[in-house]
Design a protein around this ligand. Structure first.
Ligand code: SAM
Length: 284
């Protein structure tokens, strides 16, 4: 098992890890992805965390349906805390997980009962003489530059090996600033992968089936997040007025814009992004 010191993990990755840890705490699930809502909820139907967990299991089943029959071993890049890896292990694949986060590593080992190897590293830094049949990026492609992803995957796959990517992507290349702007532009990802020797085998746009998770997140944020922030602000205003004044200033300076944008996430997603599952094959 490859080890990496926490200090070697870059700051932006550590910020992302903090956000992922927060998401883990809210869902209590072993999956860190958006899920696949099928059937789609009817307008006005209640969305909740239990239903999200069902959708997350369905998403992993959906990913599984993309895996070609000749695949035996899989590198699960950005494996999170092991939900997908356990599912694949139970279906007979030899799986290895990889993620640059020590908290995820602990939870991954717990959730997989220590049976599945875990590499504590960024994909960009991962080196191995082993060749894999399939490399999975389940909502982790957006954290890795397209050329690093394409060339790194080509170097780790056996000839004719597969790359399975499922992620939010930018359909609109002009969308360059904002909460989802780290997602890859579909056309740029395609160019990088083709340049590295991959051909697209199968693709499916599942935007409609992940969108209820955005609705659920906004709903929860509005109900619990904003209400909690307001309650804390009210208490601080009564108890320590000067701290409240500094807090209000800091809120306006750094947080207000992010919150307004977060509440518009669904609109931003529908206008500029899509969610695709793509199966690529490396030339033989
Ligand atoms: C949204 S989570 C998805 C987790 C899991 N694949 C799933 O579907 O539940 C994103 C994952 O990508 C990982 N990640 C972020 N930057 C990475 C990098 N540079 N190399 C490898 N993994 C990375 C995170 O630590 C996390 O495990």
């Amino acid at each position: 098992m490859q080890k990496q010191k926490i200090t070697q993990i870059p700051k932006p990755t550590r910020y992302q890890n903090a956000a992922i840890d927060y998401y883990m705490g809210i869902t209590g699930s072993s999956y860190l992805h958006y899920g696949y809502w099928e059937p789609l909820p009817q307008p006005g139907e209640e969305l909740n965390i239990s239903r999200l967990r069902v959708a997350q299991k369905a998403y992993t089943e959906k990913l599984f349906s993309f895996i070609p029959e000749d695949v035996q071993n899989i590198l699960d890049v950005g494996c999170g805390i092991g939900g997908n890896a356990v599912y694949l292990d139970e279906r007979g694949f030899a799986v290895e997980g990889l993620a640059p986060d020590i908290i995820q590593q602990e939870k991954f080992i717990q959730n997989t009962k220590g049976k599945i190897p875990f590499h504590l590293t960024r994909f960009e830094d991962f080196q191995s003489s082993k060749k894999y049949d399939l490399i999975l990026f389940s909502e982790s492609s957006q954290y890795i530059a397209v050329d690093d992803l394409a060339q790194g995957a080509a170097g780790l796959l056996s000839r004719g090996g597969y790359l399975l990517i499922a992620d939010m992507m930018r359909a609109d290349a002009e969308y360059t600033e904002g909460i989802f702007s780290n997602c890859h532009v579909v056309s740029e990802l395609k160019i990088a992968l083709e340049k590295a020797g991959f051909s697209l085998i199968k693709t499916e746009d599942i935007s409609h089936a992940i969108a209820p998770t955005i609705d659920l997140s906004i709903d929860n944020f509005r109900t619990f997040g904003l209400t909690t922030i307001k309650y804390i602000a009210d208490v601080v205003k009564i108890a320590v007025p000067p701290i409240h004044a500094i807090g209000s200033w800091a809120f306006k300076r750094w947080l207000e814009k992010l919150i307004v944008e977060g509440l518009q996430a669904k609109k931003i997603f529908e206008s500029h992004l899509c969610y695709e599952i793509q199966l690529w094959q490396l030339s033989k």
